[in-house]
Design a binder for this molecule. Structure first.
Ligand code: S3P
Length: 429
């Protein structure tokens, strides 16, 4: 088990970085390129463990994929070119892989078995297997298809009009991918808008996608054509550097080419409302996605209330926001965020318990957490619990703590930000 000591920063964090490619968009580029006809070229691909799991799964379905660093070429053979895998499809730690690939497999005339790691085994799958079964897919798994291993036998699907009780891009994308091959129209309606990378990228692959308020529809029987997909930097990785820059005295950090899709920028809204000295500049389109240069300086921060429609726009950033809130004046309340309980870990528990050990004034609530600051943080030995974002959030604490912070099990960070510690060190030089 890898253990890292995070240095307390004396000079501040200074410099310019370009964070690795967006995880959500990287998964989709490989999957959509695989079900498309013709060649797809991807640049800026995230070589994190989760996205590598997606490549391995698509290869097991018979797709030829060449990866050279952040460049990926895919020889798409179309849905009909995918073949029954001879072994199990292992998604590792990746919720996006298993949920999106389930939508693809549901329309294919063969059987597949999907497995993952111990964290995946605890994550709810009924949210996708339920609607996919409604469309006529045959799916089973532990506890009647609620948990992995999942067994999928695809076939002829019918379009569905699915009203999702949760705002989840994984659920929405899975159903839309199944809808591509279903009879008639498939519509997914969400309570709040979740990230829309699937809708944007399907258009780049030549698919007609209709967006109407909180509903997204797709007509069955459409083919995808290979495309060139440039991937912006991941705002969810940038978030850790933004929080570090805002908290650590004498800092100024610039991050270039960061994805600023409005369905993902809740973190920027929160930073600004908390009083952070943040500048968003040079906004432009990069393929289908907007990007910008973000500059943050050490800031005087205040507590705020975060809840409602913004939650899906910053769900992955809450561990970083929780650390930031310990350094803000007053109380920060995070509510409507029950989804945190079913991420790679129960992120309410893993954050609250560990920040408490470091001396933060933090309490778990039914649907989030309440943090009052500012409190100086003590040192200690923290853990990622196999959750990349928990590992990075705890490492942030070591940048401002009075004593040393050790983080155990840091190899998990490679899931989304393999160069995290290297990038932090660059900012300390
Ligand atoms: C993702 C969607 C989000 C997010 C996850 C990646 C995606 O999950 O938390 O890290 O790529 O679609 P939900 O859609 O389940 O909210």
């Amino acid at each position: 088990m890898e253990q890292q000591l995070v240095k307390v920063v004396s000079k501040g964090l200074n410099g310019c970085l370009s964070v690795p490619g967006d995880k959500s968009i990287s998964h989709r580029a490989v999957m959509f390129g695989s079900i498309a006809k013709g060649r797809t070229e991807v640049t800026g691909f995230l070589t994190g463990e989760d996205c590598l799991s997606t490549i391995k799964c698509m290869e097991k379905l018979g797709v030829t994929i060449e990866q050279d660093g952040d460049k990926v070429s895919i020889e798409g053979a179309g849905f009909d070119g995918l073949k029954e895998p001879t072994g199990v499809l292992d998604v590792g730690n990746s919720g996006t892989t298993i949920r999106l690939i389930s939508g693809i497999l549901s329309s294919l005339p063969f059987s597949s078995v999907l497995v993952g790691d111990d964290s995946i085994a605890k994550r709810p799958m009924a949210r996708v297997t339920g609607p996919l079964k409604m469309m006529n897919a045959t799916i089973d798994g532990r506890e009647h298809g609620q948990y992995t291993p999942l067994f999928i036998r695809g076939g002829h699907l019918n379009g569905v009009n699915f009203v999702s009780p949760i705002a989840s891009a994984q659920v929405k994308s899975s159903i839309l991918l199944a809808g591509l091959r279903a009879k008639g129209k498939t519509t997914v309606t969400e309570p709040h808008r979740s990230r829309d990378h699937t809708e944007r990228m399907l258009k780049a692959f030549g698919v007609d996608v209709e967006v109407n308020g909180l509903s997204v529809s797709i007509q069955g029987g459409q083919e995808l054509e290979g495309a060139n997909i440039p991937i912006p930097g991941d705002i969810s990785s940038a978030a850790f550097m933004l929080v570090a820059g805002a908290m650590v005295p004498n800092s100024e950090i610039t991050l270039t080419n960061v994805g600023v899709n409005p369905t993902r920028t809740g973190i920027l809204d929160v930073l600004i409302e908390m009083g952070a000295d943040l500048v968003v500049a040079d906004e432009k389109l990069f393929g289908q996605e907007p990007v910008a240069t973000l500059t943050i300086k050490t800031s005087q921060l205040k507590g705020i209330t975060i809840g409602g429609e913004i939650i899906p726009r910053l769900i992955d950033e809450i561990p970083a926001i929780a650390v930031l809130a310990t350094q803000a004046e007053g109380t920060t309340i995070i509510k409507d965020a029950e989804e945190l309980k079913v991420k790679e870990t129960n992120r309410i528990d893993t954050m609250v318990n560990q920040l408490k050990q470091l001396g933060a004034n933090i309490e778990a609530t039914e649907d989030g957490m309440k943090i009052t600051g500012p409190t100086p943080l003590k040192g200690g030995t923290m853990q990622s619990y196999g959750d990349h974002r928990i590992g990075m959030a705890m490492a942030l604490c070591g940048l401002i703590s009075k004593e040393k912070v050790y983080v155990k099990d840091t190899e998990a960070i490679a899931v989304s930000y393999p160069s995290f510690f290297k990038d932090l060190e660059k900012l300390m030089e």
